[in-house]
Design a protein around this ligand. Structure first.
Ligand code: FAD
Length: 321
């Protein structure tokens, strides 16, 4: 049995569900679980890391690591890997994970499997499944001759049990490693509609060209407010400038796997399906009964979204509040 290093992502000290998934999967494998967290709020997340299975936590509480910076994160994670000497590294296939870990893999000369949807850990061996060609086929990935095996998992793919608050972790603090910075983050501007990162959301309500105009996203925001959902979009409406690119779901946008995905006025092009077909329940609202989205939908409503969505919002309000 070796050590599994989990790269913990958090929002201002609140551990992301995707990291909880990884910690619990690592702990269930019987390996020693070591977590690493960066940023000035990293100290706030150490208890949660212990509750979810880490026995040792490495933190670099440095404000230079509050926002993702490729050079700074690569230098710091490489320093921690050098100290921990893990056999397996688990991270989320978030935009940070997908940018950071190929750099780390190249630096260490080891393999990385990105965007995986299933994970099996047996001793020091890892097998992961990753969708390819927009989910048209699946590759089973094993590692050979790789001293460290890096797996990046999509969020919402692994179960999360209640955290065990009796478990604690030893915390090791490090000073930030020196890095040759080529980029500097000056400001992060968050999209107004993005309450919770799309990739983390349990319910996503997405809108497409069937909404007719940008102003009609209001009815999606109203529905999302009642359901506690995050609003997404198809590329057609992002390209039209109705909403920001951060909201795009699909092959060239974000991959989501919520419990409930409501597609409103979205045709269901293969590139859109690539980003949401892993959702547990899909509800489609479309005026065209032959729209391809209905082939993927668990439940379908044929009709005018501008008429149906406000009625749904009213009914959910009555039922939930
Ligand atoms: P449309 O295809 O125009 O569909 C609108 C739908 O609304 C129709 O089904 C229509 O029946 C319905 N409708 C119309 N009026 C109403 C109404 N009143 N009420 C209810 N329904 C109504 N797309 C993505 O989404 N994400 C991606 O990441 C992405 N990446 C791409 C990458 C590449 C390389 C390429 C080539 C394309 C990509 N696309 C992506 C674009 C994709 O092919 C589609 O063009 C896009 O998804 C269509 O968006 P849409 O469903 O909103 O619009």
């Amino acid at each position: 049995m070796g050590k599994i290093l989990v790269f913990a992502e958090h929002t201002n000290g609140k551990l992301k569900r995707s990291s909880q998934e990884l910690l619990q999967a690592a702990a269930a494998s019987g390996n020693t679980v070591v977590a690493v967290a960066f940023g000035s709020h990293a100290g706030d997340v150490t208890a949660a890391l212990g509750h979810n299975g880490a026995s040792e936590v490495h933190v670099v509480k440095d404000a230079s690591l509050d926002a993702y910076n490729p050079e700074a994160f690569t230098a710091n994670i490489a320093a921690i890997i050098g100290k921990v000497q893990p056999t397996i590294i688990l991270a989320s296939a978030s935009s940070t994970g997908k940018d950071l870990f190929p750099r780390v893999a190249a630096r260490l000369g080891v393999g990385v499997a990105s965007d995986c949807t299933t994970l099996t850990i047996s001793g020091d061996n890892v097998t992961a499944v990753k969708p390819m060609y927009s989910g048209k086929c699946f590759a089973t990935v094993n590692f050979e001759n790789s001293a460290v095996k890096i797996v990046l998992m999509r969020a919402n793919q692994l179960p999360v049990a209640a955290a065990d608050t009796s478990k604690t972790a030893n915390v090791v603090e490090h000073a930030a490693a020196a890095a040759d910075l080529k980029t500097l983050i000056k400001e992060i501007v968050k999209g107004a509609s993005e309450k919770l990162d799309l990739t983390e959301a349990n319910i996503v309500v997405s809108g497409g060209r069937g909404l007719k105009e940008a102003a009609n996203f209001k009815i999606l925001n109203d529905l999302a407010d009642v359901l506690g959902a995050t609003v997404g979009a198809s590329r057609a409406v992002v390209d039209a400038g109705w909403v920001g690119h951060g909201m795009q779901v699909g092959q060239t946008g974000k991959t989501v796997a919520p419990t409930l995905y409501i597609a409103v006025g979205i045709s269901g092009a293969i590139q859109h399906l690539a980003g949401m077909s892993g959702s547990k329940v899909i509800v489609a609202i479309n005026s065209d009964a032959n729209a391809p989205i209905f082939q993927k939908a668990t439940y379908g409503i044929v009709g005018d979204a501008l008429d149906i969505v406000p009625k749904l919002t009213e009914e959910f309000k009555k039922a939930l509040h």
